[in-house]
Design a protein around this ligand. Structure first.
Ligand code: NAG
Ligand code: NAG
Ligand code: NAG
Ligand code: NAG
Ligand code: NAG
Ligand code: NAG
Ligand code: NAG
Length: 212
């Protein structure tokens, strides 16, 4: 009975789990252009060089997504350089479950590594359902001191959209069934804990999760 319910939810979310990366501007519209596939690691099948670079605040910029599914795990990773292959800086070190469809915007996603003005990088956004099968989109950015954060109407959460850190303590059954689809991100979690504090309103709880 329970298993059947879980399966139904997973199937429903997999059927419509594609998402849009609204800000920073994605490499290409992987929803509209059917020659791309969001299933494809690392950037939904969009090669480097197709999109434009967005100037992004050097202390960490805004991230705005358009989600189309009841819930999904969200991972945001950063890779430094031009033609990035290694997205090894995790900007979401705790397993995050975003519930609801519509826009989801984080006003400032803090960066746990030291960055200089003009540094090129690529942001990789990954969503996955319960099965661990993941969807990818990337945005190429340039870190700039004078880049603005999104605010007001440009950065909103739709009604009913919110995020929660998934309890990963070893005693829960969830921890055994929560694969991380982006193995390359794993090493970066502890590179600069200070910058991470406050990145999300639930960061305090997330730090405890890391220790366990
Ligand atoms: C869709 O993507 C292909 C590459 O896979 C590209 O050649 C084509 O120009 C794109 N179409 C549009 C409308 O951007
Ligand atoms: C990016 O790197 C890949 C190999 O990692 C290469 O095949 C591709 O041509 C490069 N793209 C550009 C635009 O330099
Ligand atoms: C990149 O920017 C140019 C100029 O604003 C625009 O015409 C083009 O559509 C953009 N390309 C993508 C993939 O967004
Ligand atoms: C991430 O990968 C790049 C390129 O492989 C490497 O130079 C850098 O040291 C790595 N950074 C971290 C934080 O692991
Ligand atoms: C994620 O949140 C949704 C909605 O609140 C919930 O149904 C689902 O069980 C959660 N997933 C996990 C693994 O916590
Ligand atoms: C969310 O999904 C429901 C049901 O599919 C739909 O009626 C609603 O318009 C969606 N909301 C947004 C903001 O996309
Ligand atoms: C959207 O929700 C997330 C977590 O639930 C929160 O961190 C963020 O600040 C919210 N965005 C806005 C614009 O309030």
């Amino acid at each position: 009975m329970f298993a059947a319910v879980v399966f139904t939810l997973a199937a429903a979310s997999m059927a419509s789990a594609h998402f849009a990366l609204d800000y920073p501007t994605w490499r290409a519209d992987t929803l509209e252009n059917t020659s791309y596939s969001q299933w494809e690691y690392p950037c939904g099948g969009v090669p480097y060089g197709v999109g434009n670079r967005t100037d992004w605040a050097i202390g960490g910029g805004s991230l705005s997504l358009d989600l189309h599914h009841p819930w999904s795990y969200l991972y945001v990773n950063l890779g430094l350089g031009e033609n990035v292959t290694n997205f090894n800086v995790s900007l979401t070190p705790s397993l995050t479950n975003v519930t609801g469809n519509g826009t989801f915007c984080i006003p400032q996603l803090l960066i746990p590594v030291s960055i200089s003005d003009g540094q090129s990088a690529t942001i990789q956004v990954v969503t996955s359902g319960a099965s661990g099968a993941a969807m990818y989109n990337c945005a190429d950015i340039t870190f700039r001191y004078d880049a603005q954060l999104l605010s007001g109407d440009d950065c909103t959460n739709s009604t009913g959209v919110s995020a929660a850190i998934v309890d990963q303590s070893p005693t829960t059954s969830q921890s055994a069934s929560t694969p991380t689809p982006t193995g390359s991100a794993a090493g970066a979690v502890n590179t600069g804990g200070v910058a991470l504090l406050g990145a999300l309103s639930f960061a305090g709880a997330s730090m405890m999760g890391l220790v366990l």
